[in-house]
Design a binder for this molecule. Structure first.
Ligand code: C2E
Ligand code: MN
Ligand code: MN
Length: 406
């Protein structure tokens, strides 16, 4: 199937522009053999390339391009399928935008095109050309340094009691993972993540339950979470707990139970954040909304979890106005390389900024993901890059420190 990939990247400072013609000539031959055509634009700092050809030809060539040491911050802007090539003849011609007047350059590029329809009708690929040639999205290019320009240095502050026995009868336990502001070097909250007594996953814990027993167990488990928080000397630290939305609807008096357990364990509602894990549709919206009002009236904060995945979409912001939104790992993963993820996350950040809702990125594993998100305006992070969840304890945090020379 005819596949189109468009990317942009930044040229490395030490690459003489003269050598680019050579590079293009070599690429041309390889691309020709794979049936890949396209066009390469250069504006003095950035490349913009369109590759077209059969999927099995385009993908290996694109992957190879991503590894090329002569450019960095390669961001895939578009991957799409089309009935015919837009630049069937042009080969991998290098087109230096600086050699043309600004009023003729776009037309000159488009004149290289070979598909009469796509040049006539609205076409995403050609809109990307226009945007690049007119330098209209440049404020959204976040040029991040290489991942190894930071060291991540553990503060050694793990809290791991030898045996943290809360209640021998408890059928669950918890792991704790910090939510941090890396640049302020501050632990903003600790999230309690449910485990089986032997430390197995939430899925393993909930698997053994069925019907409404899930909701009862979900609520009752919070007693264990609060008790462990007390045993771990949480002090005034914020504590985040997860709840299924239907737990608040199906278990009578759920909010009162929560408040009782918070108080019984020496905590205050104002230090608790409830995260809604939107794995199911909220079918009884009125009752859920009432429960949310009670939570807020008691001083408990609200976060929407897994934002950007499944049901947890933008419309929830209009319904609930949470204090925090947690962006799902699926959107965070390799965000520094993905135009679509960057666009969605920038949309989330913008919406949340207008509503004074704080944004947290979950599942951050790579320094590049973190740096891109900081550049975009996210300051709260949770992920293995900084600290993985610690079963029955609080993990040390690895704080970023800029290496000298960068
Ligand atoms: P969540 O609330 O989004 O919690 C974060 C999950 O991401 C945790 O998985 C954590 O281990 C994982 N994680 C954190 N950093 C990274 C990372 O850098 N890379 C990767 N790949 N994963 C990372 P966990 O503990 O398995 O929990 C899964 C989900 O189970 C939670 O997602 C939450 O939705 C749910 N859950 C946890 N505790 C409870 C609970 O008490 N009640 C309910 N209803 N759901 C819970
Ligand atoms: Mn939270
Ligand atoms: Mn959560």
């Amino acid at each position: 199937m005819l596949t189109t990939i468009i990317y942009r990247s930044h040229i490395c400072d030490d690459v003489p522009v003269k050598t680019l013609e050579e590079m293009v000539a070599t690429a041309n031959q390889k691309n020709g053999e794979a049936g890949v055509t396209g066009i390469l634009l250069f504006n003095g700092t950035h490349f913009f390339q369109l590759l077209e050809g059969p999927e099995e030809g385009v993908l290996p060539i694109y992957n190879h391009i991503c590894e090329d040491g002569r450019h960095y911050n390669v961001v895939e802007l578009m991957r799409d399928y089309a009935p015919s090539r837009r630049f069937g003849k042009a080969g991998m011609e290098l087109f230096d935008l600086r050699e043309y007047d600004s009023d003729e350059v776009l037309q000159t590029v488009l004149d290289k095109g070979t598909s009469k329809y796509q040049l006539t009708y609205d076409d995403r690929a050609l809109q990307f050309f226009r945007t690049f040639v007119e330098a209209r999205e440049k404020e959204n290019y976040f040029e991040i340094p290489p991942g190894d320009s930071w060291d991540f240095i553990s503060d050694g502050n793990a809290v791991k009691p030898e045996n943290l026995v809360i209640d021998n009868a408890a059928d669950c336990s918890f792991a704790f993972q910090p939510i941090i502001d890396p640049l302020a070097q501050e632990v903003v909250s600790l999230e309690a993540l449910i485990r089986t007594p032997s430390g197995d996953t939430p899925r393993a814990y909930f698997e053994s339950l069925s019907g409404d027993a899930i909701y009862e167990a979900d609520l009752n488990s919070k007693r264990v979470a609060f008790a462990m928080a007390r045993a771990l000397n949480l002090g005034e630290q914020m504590l985040s707990v997860n709840l299924l939305p239907m737990t608040l609807v199906k278990v009578p008096g759920a909010v009162s139970v929560l408040l009782q357990e918070i108080e019984a364990n020496g905590l205050v509602p104002d230090q608790v954040i409830v995260e809604f894990t939107e794995s199911e549709v909220i079918s009884r919206l009125d009752e859920f909304t009432d429960a949310v009002k009670l939570l807020k009236a008691a001083g408990i904060q609200l976060a929407i979890d897994h934002f950007g995945a499944g049901f947890a979409g933008l419309s929830l912001l209009a319904q609930f106005q949470p204090d925090r939104v947690k962006i799902n790992r699926a959107l965070i993963k390799d965000v520094h390389k993905s135009g679509p993820r960057q666009a969605i996350i920038q949309g989330i950040i913008k919406s949340c900024a207008s509503l004074e809702i704080s944004v947290c990125a979950v599942g951050v594993e790579k320094a590049e993901e973190w740096m891109w998100l900081e550049s975009a305006g996210v300051s709260l992070f949770q992920g293995h890059l900084f600290a993985a969840p610690e079963f029955g304890g609080i993990p040390a945090v690895a704080w970023p420190e800029k290496k000298s020379g960068f």
